[in-house]
Design a protein around this ligand. Structure first.
Ligand SMILES: NC(=[NH2+])NCCC[C@H](N)C(=O)O
Ligand SMILES: [Mn+2]
Ligand SMILES: [Mn+2]
Length: 313
């Protein structure tokens, strides 16, 4: 077999969303730059994809806007940015390319997921989500102890949350709770836990991963979503152990090891189910020499088909 032609594996569109408005630690707006700098585009091209970088979606600066109306302003701004992200992602997915969206804090997924869902509905298909995260991000404004929107996107996508944000993708909620699985969970707020259980989102916590091994857990998660035509993978870098990925705003001890995270990505790739991706919460200010962005790029490579043994036959 000869080397794949350029783009033989398909088309990938990169979109950056330098948004830090969903939480209060500064620096996560630099995530898209850090991941690009770590070589994402070249890595994907090396795997045989035709990659187009669509640049960044514009995000207002908190310094220039916040005066007077702190909370309400942020909420509206997150809504506006996510509507724009949603429209861009819908176009990309509708055109048959694989969207890779770079955050930004996890509130950007309101845009990414609603966009891929809109495209899949146009095609008469249903989308599920694999949410890889230390957190459930299933708070509502009432349940959240912090008020931070990045702790709410998964709940919001299932129709629970701020009125301004639940309808980003249109009239209906983007997701059914049973079409989402969480992997790597180890930090859930009290009320959030109740909401999550009531909604019926299936969460695989670190306990299951420790007890049964990442491979078994990932295969089960994949099986749960196998009735769906499309699957979005939302990858929060804080799912990894902070020793592997220190550059995140809300680190939690006891996370995925480097190899567990890779095996997760490799198994998901083998299953061939994922049709879109976002990579969120990379915060270069908190990072150590861009290590977290570099790990992010390596993990994307595993998800997109990099093999340890890949000599042409
Ligand atoms: N995407 C994240 N890193 N989310 C962290 C959320 C932390 C906490 N549960 C909160 O709601 O404030
Ligand atoms: Mn998250
Ligand atoms: Mn998280």
């Amino acid at each position: 077999m000869s080397e794949p032609l350029f783009g033989a594996r398909g088309r990938v569109a990169l979109l950056g969303v330098p948004m830090d408005l969903g939480q209060s630690r500064r620096g996560v707006d630099m995530g898209p730059s850090a991941v690009r700098y770590a070589g994402l585009q070249a890595t994907l091209e090396d795997l045989g994809y035709a990659v187009e970088d669509l640049g960044n979606v514009g995000v207002p600066l908190p310094e220039l806007t916040e005066a007077g109306d702190a909370g309400g302003w942020r909420l509206r701004a997150v809504g506006e940015v996510c509507r724009e992200v949603s429209a861009r992602v819908r176009e990309v997915a509708g055109g048959g390319a694989f969207p890779v969206v770079l955050g930004g804090d996890h509130s950007i997924s309101l845009g990414t997921v609603s966009g891929v869902v809109a495209a899949s509905r146009e095609a008469g298909e249903r989308t599920g989500v694999i949410w890889v995260d230390a957190h459930a991000d299933f708070n509502t404004p009432e349940s959240s102890p912090s008020g931070n929107i990045h702790g709410m996107p998964l709940a919001t996508l299932t129709g629970r949350g701020h009125g301004e944000l639940v309808r980003i993708g249109g009239e209906e909620a983007s997701l059914r709770a049973e079409d989402a699985v969480i992997l790597g969970l180890r930090s859930v707020d009290r009320e959030e836990q109740r909401l999550l259980t009531e909604a019926g989102v299936h969460a695989y916590t670190m306990k299951e991963i420790d007890a049964y091994g990442i491979a078994r857990v990932v295969r089960q998660a994949i099986k749960r979503l196998s009735h769906l035509e499309r699957v979005h993978l939302s990858f929060d870098l804080d799912s990894l152990d902070p020793e592997v990925a220190p550059g995140v705003g809300t680190p939690v001890r006891g996370g995925l090891t480097y190899r567990e995270a890779h095996l997760l990505m490799e198994l998901v790739n083998e299953a061939g189910i994922v049709t879109s991706l976002d990579v969120v919460e990379v915060n270069p200010i908190l990072d150590s020499r861009n290590a977290t962005a570099e790990v992010a790029v390596e993990l994307v490579a595993s998800l997109m088909g990099r093999r340890i043994l890949a000599l042409p036959e």
